[in-house]
Structures are given as C-alpha cells and as structure tokens.
Write a protein that binds this ligand. Structure first.
Ligand SMILES: *Cc1c(COP(=O)(O)O)cnc(C)c1O
Length: 403
C-alpha cells in the first residue's frame, strides 16, 4: 500500500505531522492530501484528540470489560446514522466488512455475495476479488492465497450498471446473501453513483430478500454527518465504518437493523469478538474527533475548501488544455489522466499512468503530497487553509502545463 513502486521510486518516511502538513525524516515539508488514507479529517495531531488520548491513557490502556466510552460511541453512531439501531466496535475496516458479510450470510441463509469491480472492502478472503486500493495499484486485485471455493461465492460486477445487476440476481435466484458497495467508490480513484443507482440497489436487494451493505469506511462522517446514506437518502441494512471513527487510532465498527444485529453472539449464533474492540483510548480519540467535527460544523468548511480546490483545478485544467477528468465530492477528490466520463473501474483504467507518474513527482518535489497512485482519492482536512489550497492549485497548474 505504502510502496511508491508504481510511481517508480522509494517512499519517503514521515517523522511528524501537524495540521495539513507532514515532515519527512530529512526535514522536507509537504501539504498532505492523504491524511492517513482518510482518518485525519481534522488534520494531523489535533489538540482535542491528543488531549482525549492523554486523558484516557492515564486511566489505563485496555481492560476487556465494557467501558462508558464505547457506549457513548454507540449512542453517537446510532444518533447520527439512523439506519443503525445496534452497533459493534471492531479494530479495523476489514473486520467491519468481514463481520457484515458473515452476519448477512447467517441472516439470509445464503452464501453468495455481490460486490463491484474496483471497490475495496479490506483484505478478507471473500472481498479480494477485483478489489481496489493497494490491491489494484500493485496489480493484485484478486489475491493469491484465496481458495477458488471462497472466491467463487463472490460475484463482482461493474459499478453503475443496473442491467448487469438485475441479470446477476436473475441468474442466482434466492442465492444472493448481500450486495456490498462503497456508495461512493473511492478506492479506484473517485467516481460517483449515477442517478438512482443506489436506490436501484436498494430495491433489488429488498425484492430479492438480500441485504444491502454500505461500506462507509471512507464516506462515513466525511461526505456528511450521517455518511453517504444521508447524502443520497438510501438506507442500507448494514453499514461498515472505520477510518475517521478512530481519530487516527485503529478502529472499525459495524451496525444496522436490530433484528440482524441480534444474530451476533452472545445473543445469536454468529460468532464475533475482539480482544481490543471498544478500546478506551481509541474510543476517546474517535469521540473527540467526531464531536469536534460537529462543533465546528466541519462539513461546511470541508465543502468550501473542496469547492475552492475544484474551481482552481478546473481553471488549471482549462488553461493547460489537458485531457483529464476531475471529480470531487465534498472533501474527496481525484484527478484522472483520462477523458471523461469516468464512472466505473474500466473507465478509470483508461488513465495514462505515465502522465500521472510525472504529475505526482512534480507535485511532490514542490511540497504537495497526493497519494502515490492514480487509483486513490485525495482528502482535504479542516486544517487545510485557503492559502494551502491556493498554493496547491498553483503547483497543479504549473505541473499540468509542463506535462
Ligand atoms: C480502508 C478501507 C477498508 C479497510 O479498512 P482497514 O481499516 O484498512 O482494514 C474497507 N473499506 C473501505 C471502503 C476502505 O476504504
């Protein structure tokens, strides 16, 4: 994931970060648009989160006994995301999606799973089929070590294609346990759901008695307080969360309709556990970050910063006369070195990776750090100032003209 292999270099090593900036071990400074791949929505080392971590740490690191902070976190999640009646904390996004799938299979008594090409849901066996993120970047979207018998239960379809979705349901009648989807795919670059695609997913799952799982590990708490499901008005049965919810510590969560969640042990027959799940320091960090985001109305300022970047990038693209596609949703963005439209993995893969490579290194040399892959999304934090974005746009403009 962290290798710079596909951009032909060694990665730098980061020594520290503050706000929108990071410094490598050689003392070079960068404006960071990776933000730990999404969690750092308030920027690096925000005061409120650091203080919460310190306070929690002085009271003990881990108990394996219920603690009040995990209850506060559960209440916040159920309050902000109304489709979630019950929630369970885990330690990563991978655990969250993996547990959603086991739960969906048990609840429906079916085995098959539909996912979408280029969507990344962590590294559980069933989900490493035509996956995105590092798996895609490093050329292993379907991993070795996954028995064909497992992978055969996963059907991967092109995103945004309602016809093929209907066909898959017809061909696997009464066999689909669930559809899992990033409602806004952000692991093969960034592209958006076409009008109605998410509601078509919802209707198809409902009419086929399959569960709809939204993987909101990236979009949760970022595209809106209540995630992509709030933004698009579509209610999944189960939701996977991660990244932002940990405030920079290793956390994930999953939740949904009570009757489904009641299948989890010890109430129900679906086993799930974790030694460090609900860890008090991680809960304290996540709660502090989420409450601060709400206190400062972070979503409003993220949208403003995003709009500023979009306007400046669009101008840079126009004046450089390059064939690229710029996508943005709130504080998430991606510059594809491919002509529009980009709406699924295949269209994203038309990108000119050699051009991306030169763009990436040009920016890096001038102190702007974008993810070292065409197939990742950029993240703005509330710590990015208007000057940071102006400077970024000036660099982007200069590099695009020189390409
Ligand atoms: C990062 C990510 C995951 C996996 O989360 P980890 O904490 O890295 O295991 C799952 N789904 C999506 C959409 C992600 O972006």
């Amino acid at each position: 994931m962290r290798a710079f292999r596909n951009v032909g270099d060694d990665p730098f090593f980061v020594a520290r970060g503050k706000g929108a900036r990071i410094w490598d071990v050689d003392g070079n400074e960068y404006i960071d648009y990776v933000g730990s791949w999404g969690p750092a929505i308030l920027g690096h080392a925000p005061k409120v989160v650091l203080q919460a971590v310190r306070d929690a740490a002085t009271r003990g690191l881990s108990f394996g006994i219920p603690n009040p902070l995990e209850v506060e976190m559960a209440e916040l999640i159920c309050d902000w995301i109304p489709s979630i009646n019950k929630v369970r904390m885990v330690n990563s996004g991978t655990e969250a999606t993996m547990s959603c799938i086991r739960l969906a299979r048990a609840f429906t008594g079916r085995d098959k799973l539909i996912k979408f090409d280029g969507c990344y849901h962590g590294h559980a066996d069933a989900l490493l089929v035509k996956a995105g993120s590092g798996a895609l970047t490093h050329g292993q979207p379907s991993s070795a070590g996954v028995p064909p018998a497992f992978a055969d239960l996963t059907i991967s379809l092109p995103f945004n294609n309602a016809e093929l979705l209907r066909k898959a349901f017809q061909e696997n009648k009464n066999e689909i346990a669930a559809v899992i989807v990033e409602p806004v795919p952000a692991n093969a670059g960034l592209y958006l759901p076409r009008e109605n695609f998410l509601s078509i997913l919802r209707e198809q799952c409902t009419s086929s008695d399959a569960l709809l799982i939204f993987d909101e590990v990236i979009t949760g708490f970022r595209v809106a307080r209540g995630g992509a499901q709030e933004l698009y008005g579509v209610k999944p049965d189960l939701t996977a969360l991660g990244k932002i919810i940990g405030g920079g510590l290793p956390v994930g969560a999953f939740g949904g309709r009570a009757e489904i969640m009641d299948q989890l042990s010890p109430d129900g027959p679906v086993y799930q556990a974790g030694t460090l799940s609900g860890n008090p320091i991680a809960m304290a960090a996540g709660l502090a970050q989420l409450r601060e985001l709400e206190r400062i109305d972070g979503w409003k300022s993220l949208e403003e910063s995003g709009a500023q970047l979009e306007a400046a990038a669009s101008e840079a693209i126009r004046s450089a006369k390059v064939d690229v596609t710029f996508h943005r949703l709130g504080s998430m963005f991606c510059l594809f070195f491919a002509p529009p439209p980009v709406f699924d993995l295949a269209s994203a893969q038309r990108s000119d990776l050699e051009k991306f490579n030169r763009f990436f290194h040009g920016c890096l040399k001038r102190g702007i750090y974008f993810a070292p892959s065409q197939f990742e999304t950029g993240f703005i934090s509330t710590a990015h100032t208007a000057e940071d974005i102006e400077r970024t746009a000036a660099v982007v403009s200069e590099i695009l003209k020189a390409l």
